[in-house]
Design a protein around this ligand. Structure first.
Ligand SMILES: Cc1cc2nc3c(=O)[nH]c(=O)nc-3n(C[C@H](O)[C@H](O)[C@H](O)COP(=O)(O)OP(=O)(O)OC[C@H]3O[C@@H](n4cnc5c(N)ncnc54)[C@H](O)[C@@H]3O)c2cc1C
Length: 565
């Protein structure tokens, strides 16, 4: 027999969008309950960089960046498919600052613009060289108590030495070895060691950064307001009456509960990246659940529940694409963000040929890898190959550059199942089971390109985006280097993602639309549960959490009758 409860609003999912919508609804005086399927808090949002893309934010002037709503619109409109209406883009731009003000006034999370974190498409009018992407400042996780240990952790590649949290800005300085980076490194290391109580409890760093800072800060604000969060509670179905959403069916430990809602339900239950059946139905093929860098309880449940009651969907074939590697011992795949642009590395097919500009924005990998695959290239999987010069200077996935992690210090599970190493390219090709002649020819061509600074095949390093992630110390092209210093290394890569993009169609208030384009009363969807308002594009870092937060804020405002504050 199902038990029953009644609240104004149920939020399904504890990603950043779900949590801010709960906080905002409570701020408006509504009673709220948050439901989370997994045993952990924060979804992929907690694992993320926590970066949000807020064009024309008021802090840009502090870093001397001129921006305007008009320029942001021009940039977004030129990029994003027309079926995402002008009104949606304008709502995003208009609500960015108010959402940020609310977040910063009501939580400990404080955002600062990231100078030098350029938008991803430099040739589009309205592009900015940095600052629209914002970084959450570190906060203390100590007040979270035991809940800290239930919050999803960032991947090992987002932390110093795979363990110590660092903000985006700290990470950017350390990775680029910019002046002062050693001081930052020392500071976070000493802070970690001096947290004696934390060290006695385990490895987990209690100084929260990136997605942990965002989710941790939101969690603390919800807790202070007494908003209940129920972990291990899975939303199963939506209850409707005469076309109006009246509640949700929840399952917990085999028990079923009906939660009735006076106002509505906000679906913030992520995408369908961990549902193999849906991947096969909607995404380009081949495609596997273990190629996702997201966490694993996003199985499209609420997208399916919405479809069942007549909701429309969009962009179901799209994802927040990225090249990924499968690392033994890690549940989620690891996305390659910086590695791909550095000199001395190529991505090749089974024939040993390059097939794309490796330095392209990570989201463009979907189009590039599947496009080349359809055109007959054997590039799924593909193979990252780099030489010793690369290994000396840059990290690759979980492996740090040689100065911090010599080959002998690479754990044997990585040497066995992940990283191939050989004294010659021919021997490496044999280990990777790819064509040796093709690989040797590729290396010869790259040597020539490195000398001239021109990638005649794929134009790597020709635009600002590529160069931002290259190595400025390398000339004439910061993204091009020879592969000629043995030993050589190789790793298998896949067209993975940070989550899927397709979901329920929504309007500017995040209301879910039916097939006729009309709102379904009482139903809202945000984050990857909703059809991406960025279409197939990724305008800049923070354009997945940005919409989740902004439309979570908008949904709560609408539920409360659009009160001014
Ligand atoms: C390594 C990494 C770094 C990233 N960095 C950034 C970044 O800096 N900026 C950015 O914008 N994006 C970033 N992303 C992408 C971003 O994190 C995700 O797109 C975003 O977090 C998705 O938010 P969401 O709310 O839709 O889903 P999630 O944050 O995953 O939250 C969904 C929650 O819903 C729960 N759920 C699912 N089904 C149910 C159900 N039936 N009942 C109850 N609960 C349910 C899930 O368990 C999950 O906790 C990154 C991703 C990765 C992997």
């Amino acid at each position: 027999m199902a038990s029953e409860h009644t609240v104004d609003v149920v939020v399904v999912g504890t990603g950043a969008g779900g949590l801010i919508s709960a906080l905002r609804a409570s701020h408006h005086g509504l009673s709220v309950m948050v439901i989370e399927k997994s045993a952990n808090l924060g979804g992929t949002s907690a694992m993320s960089g926590g970066g949000i893309w807020i064009p024309s934010n008021r802090y840009l002037k502090d870093i001397d960046v001129d921006d305007s709503k008009e320029e942001a619109f021009e940039y977004m409109r030129a990029l994003i498919e027309d079926k995402v209406g002008d009104d949606k883009l304008k709502t995003y731009i208009d609500l960015g600052q108010p959402m940020l003000d609310f977040l910063m006034a009501n939580t400990q999370v404080q955002y600062v613009p990231a100078p030098g974190y350029a938008d991803y498409y430099p040739n589009i009018p309205g592009w900015k060289s940095g600052g629209r992407t914002m970084d959450p400042s570190p906060i203390s996780g100590i007040p979270m108590g035991k809940m800290l240990y239930k919050m999803n952790e960032a991947p090992i590649t987002s932390k110093a030495m795979g363990r110590i949290n660092m903000s985006i800005l700290e990470g950017m300085q350390i990775l680029s070895t910019a002046p002062g980076y050693k001081k930052i490194q020392r500071g976070i290391f000493i802070n970690y060691l001096l947290d004696i109580v934390g060290r006695l409890k385990g490895k987990r760093d209690r100084r929260l950064t990136q997605g942990n800072s965002l989710v941790g800060g939101l969690y603390l604000a919800l807790r202070d307001r007494g908003i209940p969060i129920h972990l291990n509670s899975s939303a199963k179905d939506l209850i409707t009456d005469n076309g109006q959403i009246t509640g949700v069916v929840i399952e917990r430990d085999g028990d079923t509960t009906h939660i009735n809602v006076e106002k509505g339900v906000i679906l913030a239950a992520g995408g369908f990246e961990s549902n193999q059946e849906m991947r096969e139905e909607f995404l380009p093929q081949p495609s596997q659940t273990d190629w996702t860098a997201a966490q694993h309880s996003n199985t499209g449940d609420m997208i399916k529940a919405g479809i069942e009651i007549g909701a429309a969907t969009d962009f179901m074939e799209e994802a927040w694409w990225a090249p990924v590697v499968r690392v033994p011992g890690q549940k989620s795949a690891i996305a390659l963000f910086n590695e791909k642009s550095k000199p001395g590395l190529v991505f090749v097919t089974k024939d040993g040929n390059r097939f794309m500009n490796e330095a392209l924005p990570y989201n463009t990998y979907g189009e590039a890898m599947y496009g080349a695959y359809k055109a007959g290239e054997k590039c799924i999987p593909a193979y990252a190959v780099f030489d010793s010069r690369y290994r000396d200077n840059y990290m690759f996935g979980p492996i740090l550059n040689r100065q911090y992690q010599p080959d002998w210090a690479i754990p044997s599970r990585l040497k066995k199942g992940f990283l191939k190493k050989a004294d010659t390219l021919e021997e490496l090709a044999k280990q990777l089971d790819i064509n040796a002649d093709g690989l040797v020819e590729t290396a010869e061509r790259m040597k020539k390109f490195a000398e001239t600074g021109v990638d005649e095949d794929f134009h790597r390093g020709e635009d600002d985006h590529d160069r931002t992630y290259g190595d400025p110390k390398v000339t004439p092209n910061p993204c091009l280097g020879p592969l000629d210093k043995p030993p050589y290394y190789g790793v298998t890569i896949y067209p993975g993602e940070l989550g899927t993009k397709g979901g329920l169609a929504t309007d500017c208030d995040a209301r879910v639309l039916n097939q006729a384009g009309d709102p379904i009363a009482g139903l809202y969807a945000i984050g990857n549960c909703s059809a991406s308002m960025m279409g197939s594009k990724y305008p800049g870092a923070g354009t997945t959490l940005g919409p989740a937060l902004i439309f979570g804020y908008a949904a709560a405002n609408h539920l409360a009758g659009n009160q001014p504050n």
